[in-house]
Design a protein around this ligand. Structure first.
Ligand code: ATP
Length: 514
């Protein structure tokens, strides 16, 4: 077993493992061109901004029909089948049938063909696993798929590895595309960033080298309260690689167990350590039993989500930094360090630049956490870009609450929102506030809007202590009003400042937060 938790750690390339039984023939230049194009399309980010480029690549492969907006790109399959049939008629049915320089291209083509054939079964497995919960579900088609991969010349270990990658691709697509509602440009950017967070910007390199080495890539999710940072973190956590165990013919974990979340602001300082690292019986008064901390409960390849990271004290930051650097932690009262093999995702709605300036957030911890920093967009920006997103979200929230997305209920909710709130309402509590609004409308038939959240820690409190200069105070006030009302004009009216001055103050705050 490899220390990274799998018996599938066999390097993908070069593929010398299978005996060469056929006389090798190189691909023709047309075949090479086709397979290279196909490789580029299938490894691209399915939420790519380069949709035009993708569509043009796709149409070169498959003719005038555009590439469908789905990751398995099944429209690419008919031309692929034709090219593969031509190869087969020349006796080229296995990766070993071509010389090394062509092998990679043929390998990707075979893999894509088999991935696509089982897309529906993978999707069914995701549904089954969700119902089944913690125990890994059987994979009814595993045997058949392993056989087919072996028939193409892959070794049994490689077959196991590709099963893990196929499943990961399908889960990532499912959780990133469907668990987060909304198709505004900001949401597309978010999905694009989440996909890259899982597969990096070069999915081929990930598949060849990084697939079991992602533990050192920590992620920081930033965004206002209620925007969906927790949902984004869960999408990453459930999309990690789960090794396939060739002995039991099952995945080693259920994806329902690969994501563990903790809201750090809910724990008093004295309990955080024990919650995170665990404790031994008798370590302190009240420790009546051994307790497994979250770092110990997180599976290898899983993700631990540290929500409200901006709220933890400097001593706890130092301990967390140590875990990230050493990959080890020690339960309270124990002398035996344990290894942490998961990924860390942290989030905060607070301004980390401000906390760092004030010395409340350590720079070294910030840099260690931020291999990837992803901004989760506020709801008002999403609705400005794409007003139709409100209906999509209301539909989802109504379904969550009532079990169905009945059109008449959605229409009634939208009517109340249109009547009771200004068109440019700023949604200070974001999607969580919208959830609350939907509940209120179902119960009471109206919703009058919420107060914008104030970050007392960072400006109001400082103002009452006499710590802010007049320009700082004005900037913070303008930013709060802007968050609440969403337009410079509205803030200008309230503050009796001109619009340009308001914009200057709001943007000064935004650039400080970059
Ligand atoms: N794009 C989205 N699609 C569907 N539901 C969403 C989306 N964004 C947020 N939600 C829902 O909104 C609620 C709040 O989301 P979440 O808890 O992830 O926000 P958050 O940014 O982590 O908030 P906080 O900073 O307060 O922890 C959840 O019920 C979540 O399911």
């Amino acid at each position: 077993m490899s220390p990274r938790g799998g018996n599938i750690g066999v390097p993908l390339l070069p593929l010398y493992s299978q005996p060469v039984t056929v006389k090798q023939q190189p691909l023709t230049s047309e075949e090479r061109e086709f397979f290279a194009l196909l490789t580029e399309v299938i490894f691209s980010n399915p939420f790519s901004f380069q949709k035009d480029r993708l569509a043009s690549l796709g149409s070169q492969i498959q003719g005038p029909t555009p590439v469908p907006d789905d990751h398995h790109y099944s429209a690419l399959i008919p031309p692929l089948e034709q090219w593969l049939a031509r190869l087969e008629s020349r006796g080229l049915c296995r990766i070993q049938a071509v010389p090394l320089q062509d092998r990679r291209l043929l390998q990707y083509a075979f893999l894509f063909q088999l991935y696509d054939r089982y897309v529906a079964q993978w999707d069914q497995l995701i549904q089954t696993q969700m119902v089944k919960g913690a125990a890994p579900a059987p994979v009814p088609f595993a045997e058949e798929l392993i056989d087919k991969l072996q028939n193409r010349g892959f070794s049994i270990e490689e077959a196991g590895r590709y099963l893990a990658l196929f499943y990961q691709l399908r889960r990532a697509y499912f959780f990133i595309a469907h668990a987060l509602v909304g198709d505004s440009p900001s949401m597309t950017r978010l999905r694009h960033a989440l996909w890259n967070n899982v597969f990096t910007t070069d999915a081929r390199f990930y598949a060849d080298h990084l697939w079991d080495r992602m533990e050192d890539f920590s992620t920081l999710l930033l965004g206002e309260t209620g925007t969906g940072k927790g949902s984004a973190a869960a999408a990453i956590g459930r999309s990690g690689l789960i090794p396939f165990d060739l002995k039991s013919r099952r995945f080693t974990y259920s994806f329902t167990e690969t994501f563990i979340a903790i809201n750090l602001s809910q724990f008093p300082e004295s309990l955080i350590e024990s919650e995170l690292f665990g404790h031994r019986k008798g370590a302190f008064t009240g420790a009546i039993d051994n307790h497994k901390g979250l770092f110990q409960r997180c599976s290898p390849h899983g993700a631990l989500f540290l929500d409200e990271i901006g709220d933890v004290s400097v001593p706890v930051q130092i301990k967390l930094l140590n875990v990230l650097q050493e990959r080890q932690f020690t339960p309270v009262g124990s002398h035996s360090p344990l290894r942490f093999a998961g990924r860390v995702i942290a989030a905060t709605h607070r301004s980390l630049p401000a906390l760092r300036r004030e010395g409340q957030f350590r720079d070294d911890f910030y840099y260690r956490l931020s291999s990837d920093v992803i901004e989760v967009p506020p709801l008002r920006r999403r609705l400005q870009e794409s007003p139709a997103e409100l209906k999509q979200l209301v539909g989802l929230l109504a379904k969550r609450l009532t079990g169905q997305a009945a059109e008449d209920l959605i229409d009634r909710i939208l009517q109340v929102l249109n009547k009771c709130l200004p068109a440019d309402y700023a949604w200070p509590g974001n999607v969580r506030e919208l959830e609350q609004a939907v509940r209120r409308i179902i119960l009471k038939g109206d919703y009058q809007g919420a107060e914008a959240p104030t970050d007392h820690g960072s400006w109001l409190c400082q103002a009452t202590q006499g710590k802010l200069s007049a320009p700082q105070l004005l900037a913070a006030y303008c930013q709060m009003l802007y968050r609440r009302h969403g337009t410079y004009e509205a803030v200008a009216t309230i503050t009796a400042l001109d619009r340009r001055t308001v914009k200057k103050h709001v943007q000064a705050g935004a650039s400080k937060e970059d």
